[in-house]
Design a protein around this ligand. Structure first.
Ligand SMILES: [Zn+2]
Length: 125
């Protein structure tokens, strides 16, 4: 689906932008939570036993990886928005074929077709 209808383009742009903003809000909420965890830790680590500080560290690591995941996803939306602005939205970046609309409805930020995505994942594995 190569988008040439301005109404449709605008619609997609809004969908992508809304999701991008959501991810930004999620990121900020998660980041603030991380700050709070650290503050709590500094505040009450004096009486901690080993297990306590271990689970707090695990919680902090989890928060950090959540941040990474959110940022990665936000980057995908940013990329899709750029593709949309450039006129390449809906075309697979690898093979150039059209990405099925069903796939774009589920993953609006998809920039490759299923076959290329799977091939890429196989290479990465
Ligand atoms: Zn492809």
């Amino acid at each position: 689906m190569i988008v040439d209808d301005p109404t449709r383009t605008e619609q997609i742009q809004r969908t992508l932008q809304a999701r991008y903003d959501e991810l930004t809000a999620e990121y900020e909420a998660e980041r603030d939570r991380g700050h709070r965890l650290r503050l709590i830790e500094v505040g009450d680590s004096a009486g901690d036993d080993q297990a306590d500080s271990g689970s707090k560290a695990a919680e902090r690591d989890a928060a950090r990886s959540v941040l990474g995941v959110i940022l990665d996803r936000r980057l995908q939306y940013e990329h899709a928005l750029a593709r949309l602005a450039a006129g390449g939205y809906g075309a697979c970046e690898t093979c150039g074929s059209e990405i099925p609309i069903e796939r774009l409805e589920i993953f609006p930020a998809a920039t490759s077709c299923v076959a290329c995505k799977q091939a890429k994942e196989r290479r990465a594995a």
